[in-house]
Every structure is written in C-alpha cells, then in structure tokens.
Design a protein around this ligand. Structure first.
Ligand code: ADP
Length: 259
C-alpha cells in the first residue's frame, strides 16, 4: 500500500482535516516482478547458445580445426545453436508484436480444413520421424473469420506440440466441427499429459513442464504464449484438458464466418 496525506486548511487558516490518498500497489509490484522474471529468462535463454557458440568456435580457432572429424562435429554444434538463437529471437519478436495493446489481425473468410492441410504439410517431417499417425475427422464446410497465416501458425504449433510430447507410434486425432458461434478445431494426443498443478501455467512465457525435453525438440517455451495471444486477437478461445500418461486435448474456438 502506498499513501500520501495533505492537510486541508479552510478560511482564516482554520484546520479542517487531512485528505489521505491510498493506492493499492500490489498489482504494480506483481507486474514489475513478471517483467523482471521475463528479462532474466530471456537473458538466460540467449546466454546458453551464445556460450556454446563462443566456446566451440574458440576451440576450433585454437587449432582443433586441424582434425577434420572434430571440425565437422563442432561446426554442427555451432550451426544447431545458431538455429536455436534465431528461433528464440524470431519468437521473441513475434511475441512482442502480438502482445502489444491494440494488436489486430486482418479477418477474412477462411476454411478450417485448408488451415489443417497446411499445418499437416509443415509438421509431416516430425510425424515421419516418430512414425506417428494423424487421424482427422473434419467438417469441410466450416469457415471462420481469421488471418490465414496466423491460423496456420496456431494449428502448426499445436500439432508440433502434440507430436513432440507423445511417444513414437501413437496417434494424434484432429477434429474440425462447429457450433452456432464458433468454428472449432481440436487436437488430441496420446502423449505424456500435463498435471493439474501445471496446466494453468503452460500459456505463460517460458513455462515448460520438462525443460530438457522441450529444448531437445527445439522448443523455445514461447509457442503457447504466442498461440494464446493470437487466438484472443481472433476473439476466440483456447481450452486444454489433460490426463498425465494418457494425453492432452487442445480445443480452439474461432468465430464462425456466416454465408
Ligand atoms: P515449448 O517450446 O517448450 O514446446 P510451448 O509454449 O509450446 O513451449 O509449451 C509449453 C509447455 O507446455 C511445453 O514445454 C510442455 O511442457 C507443455 N505442453 C505443450 N503442449 C503439450 C502437449 N500436447 N502434451 C504435453 N505437454 C505439452
């Protein structure tokens, strides 16, 4: 609590009382803490690949380049870590864009099955790597009001997560349907699931249930934070249900495009 007081003086200097103004600054302190945590997280996430790139390139420069095998394996690490840096920077820039007050997407009539088709193309290499199946049940007539590229981004992120957080040889089910108000797509996996205590936090920036697993699969921990903002920019909703060891279902509701 933050308070200021000032005396109130009437005619002839008569003392009438005191005006006290109180501000509840709990919310401000909380926001400041979130900001500090974010800066600390960004610094940490950037530092890890930079340290690695610097270390391996220095070792090469000091002579390790003479051994062809070492040269190749160190270059591969440097390349992988630079890719990681690039992904992180792209996600950070995108997040700061979609988080801005007043951020808007351009709304056009889009068919949800077209979005799914592009999402599947973009994740097909992951599906193949893990020998997974994608099973779809779709209503081809569902059109929503949305930004094509941003909807593809939402779909792709959720599909990639469903694949990443599932064991090999499992199936991801995608359903597309509608109700009066929304076009709906649902991505259901048979993966590791998310516990009740963590499920409310997964849309937070940099929150990861299993940091190592996310990092190994190239995750930045920003995907769902971006997805949530994008869904909200479409005046939509995103819901998640999960059972540890059984799987997770993300359901996205986007306002329907009539006629
Ligand atoms: P990441 O880049 O780490 O995947 P996201 O923001 O996309 O970041 O997701 C945040 C975290 O939520 C992930 O690290 C993971 O722990 C959890 N998560 C997301 N999708 C799933 C899923 N389908 N099944 C289990 N856990 C998931």
């Amino acid at each position: 609590m933050d308070a200021y007081g000032a005396p109130v003086i009437g005619e002839h200097g008569r003392w009438l009382g005191i005006v006290v103004v109180m501000h509840d600054i709990t919310e401000l302190i909380k926001l400041e803490q979130i900001r500090k945590d974010f800066v600390a997280n960004v610094s940490h996430e950037l530092k890890t690949p930079v340290t690695s790139i610097k270390g391996f390139s220095e070792t090469l420069l000091f002579g390790a380049y003479k051994n062809e095998e070492t040269l190749l394996s160190f270059l591969e690490i440097i390349h992988k870590e630079s890719n990681r840096l690039q992904m992180l920077i792209n996600d950070l820039l995108d997040l700061s864009k979609v988080e801005q007050v007043g951020y808007e997407v351009s709304l056009k009539k889009v068919r949800l099955t077209d979005i799914l088709e592009r999402g599947l193309e973009m994740t097909s290499h992951l599906v193949e790597e893990k020998n997974m199946e994608i099973e779809t049940t779709v209503d081809d007539s569902v059109h929503v009001l949305g930004d094509m590229n941003r909807l593809i981004q939402i779909m792709m992120n959720l599909l990639a997560n469903a694949i990443t957080y599932s064991p090999e040889n499992t199936t991801v089910h995608v359903n597309i349907f509608k109700n009066e108000q929304y076009g709906i797509f649902q991505i259901q996996d048979e993966g590791i699931g998310i516990s009740k205590s963590e499920i409310n936090r997964i849309f937070e920036r940099f929150y990861r249930v299993d940091r190592a697993r996310s990092r190994n699969s190239g995750g930045t921990g920003l995907g769902l934070a971006i997805v949530k903002h994008l869904v909200e920019a479409h005046h939509g909703l995103i819901k998640v249900e999960s059972e540890v060891g059984e799987g997770t279902t993300f359901t996205v509701y986007i306002p329907i495009a009539k006629s």
